[in-house]
Structure formats: structure tokens, C-alpha cells
Design a protein around this ligand. Structure first.
Ligand SMILES: Nc1ncnc2c1ncn2[C@@H]1O[C@H](COP(=O)(O)OP(=O)(O)O)[C@@H](O)[C@H]1O
Ligand SMILES: [Mg+2]
Length: 238
């Protein structure tokens, strides 16, 4: 396995006076896809937000690309190469695809912004074909790809995705899983929280199951998908 790009050691994070995610330890190899599954309220979103620096820190360590980052702000983490696509999509439905991409690149200056837009358009030709379409008129899958492209403009090495296929038709969900596999094939490391355990584990290298704020299981995605407990709880018993 490749060296880990991200390591958590006994990480505890939350919101108010008690941590929601407790003693969480994991190593994410560079260039891999890791899927986190688990019931509602397990702390999956809390963990992703904490990796991006958005939640209250209680204890433990986060190492990213050779740096210790648990005290850094989201802006600093983005600069180091962590991109985060929160749950939900299409914040700017009345703006065109091009305007959304320009907005995504607003922190970059002049030529760098142009290059970032060209880079994501080369990666996602379907966006290049719809530059003048209002984002709100894209399919749900295309909107999710646009949101992801806006984050990719910053050039992250690690992409955190929270429930990218939620609320999409089965065809659009497959489109998202194809996008994630395509990003990994292009060298990105992806950590994704997913409600579609079957679809996500199929394209993943590693599966993580969270329950009640803790790591319940971690292993090769195929092993997690074939575990009898996981089949019953998350895969419709198939
Ligand atoms: N903004 C918040 N303030 C306080 N508690 C929160 C907040 N967001 C989530 N929680 C609590 O954290 C726990 C985990 O939630 P969350 O991470 O959203 O779970 P999941 O993404 O696995 O469904 C839940 O008990 C939830 O009520
Ligand atoms: Mg969530």
C-alpha cells in the first residue's frame, strides 16, 4: 500500500461540551478511495467537517501530507491540499455553469483562475458542453459534479465528499461513482461518506463503518461489503 496521506490518531471532535466522534484512528493511503458508511447520526459528517477544520476539537492528532494539522483553519487546510464538498448541491442555481466555476476559482488570481477552470473543464467535458446553462437546470448528478469541480479548482490532493449521491436517481448515482473512480485514477485521494453503501463500496479500496461516533469496522471494501453484519444492516441483506 502507498504511504498514508492522511492519518488520524485518537481524534475526538464535536460541537458543544461532549465529543460526538470519539477516539477515531485511521490511515488513508494516497491515491485510494475510502468510503465511510453508518447509520444516521453516527458522526460521519462531523468527522469530515473536522478533517476540514470546521468542528470543535477535543483531542487527538491529524497528520496530512507530512504536517500536523488539527489546529489549522479550513483555509490553511485547503492551501495544504484538502478539499471539502459538503452535503447538498447547487448553491447558485441561477448562475450559469461558467459563473459557478468562476466563483469556485475566486481565491485564485487572473491567469491561475483561468488555468484552474480549464483544468476542471478538461476533466469534466460534460461541464464544458454546458457552460452557458443555468446550474439549476443541470441534472442532479451534473450539479454534484459541478460542486465537486468548484472545489477541485483549488487543486486539492485529498477530496472529502459528504453524501454526493444522496437524492439522486440510480443513473445519476452511478455517474457520481464513475466520477469518483475517475478522480482516483487521476491521482486524487478520496474520502467519501455514502448512504449508497453498495455503489460506493464497489468502487472503493477501503470501507469504514462508523457507529455511535466510533470506528466500528475498517477493511478492504470487498471484505466490508461481504461481512454478514454489514449486508444485513446496509446492503438490504443481499
Ligand atoms: N451543528 C451541530 N451542533 C450540535 N450537534 C450536532 C450538529 N450537527 C450534528 N450534531 C450531532 O452530532 C451527531 C452526529 O451527527 P452527524 O455527524 O451529522 O451524523 P451522520 O453524518 O453520521 O448522520 C448527532 O447526534 C447530531 O445530532
Ligand atoms: Mg451526515
Amino acid at each position: 500500500m502507498a504511504d498514508p496521506i492522511l492519518t488520524c490518531e485518537n481524534l475526538s471532535v464535536g460541537y458543544t461540551d461532549e465529543p460526538v466522534v470519539v477516539d477515531f484512528s485511521i490511515e488513508i493511503p494516497a491515491g485510494s478511495i475510502t468510503t465511510i458508511i453508518g447509520p444516521n447520526g453516527a458522526g460521519k459528517s462531523t468527522l469530515l467537517r473536522a478533517l476540514y477544520g470546521q468542528n470543535r476539537y477535543f483531542g487527538g492528532k491529524i497528520h496530512f501530507a507530512g504536517r500536523t494539522i488539527e489546529r489549522l483553519s479550513p483555509k490553511e487546510r485547503l492551501k495544504l491540499g484538502i478539499g471539502f464538498v459538503p452535503q447538498g448541491r447547487c448553491n447558485f442555481p441561477l448562475m450559469t455553469v461558467r459563473e459557478n466555476l468562476e466563483l469556485g476559482a475566486y481565491t485564485l488570481r487572473g491567469a491561475a483562475s483561468e488555468r484552474a477552470i480549464e483544468r476542471v473543464l478538461a476533466r469534466f467535458p460534460l461541464l464544458a458542453a454546458k457552460l452557458n446553462v443555468l446550474a439549476g437546470n443541470l441534472s442532479g448528478g451534473e450539479q454534484q459534479i459541478l460542486e465537486t469541480a468548484m472545489v477541485l479548482e483549488a487543486g486539492p490532493k485529498l477530496l472529502l465528499l459528504d453524501e454526493p449521491s444522496l437524492g439522486l436517481s440510480p443513473g445519476n448515482q452511478d455517474q457520481i461513482f464513475e466520477m469518483i473512480a475517475h478522480l482516483r485514477d487521476g491521482g486524487l485521494t478520496v474520502l467519501v461518506v455514502e448512504q449508497n453503501a453498495h455503489g460506493a463500496l464497489q468502487i472503493s479500496d477501503t470501507g469504514i463503518v462508523m457507529e455511535l461516533g466510533r470506528l466500528f469496522m475498517v477493511g478492504p471494501a470487498a471484505e466490508v461489503a461481504s461481512d454478514p453484519r454489514i449486508k444485513v444492516a446496509y446492503l438490504g441483506g443481499q
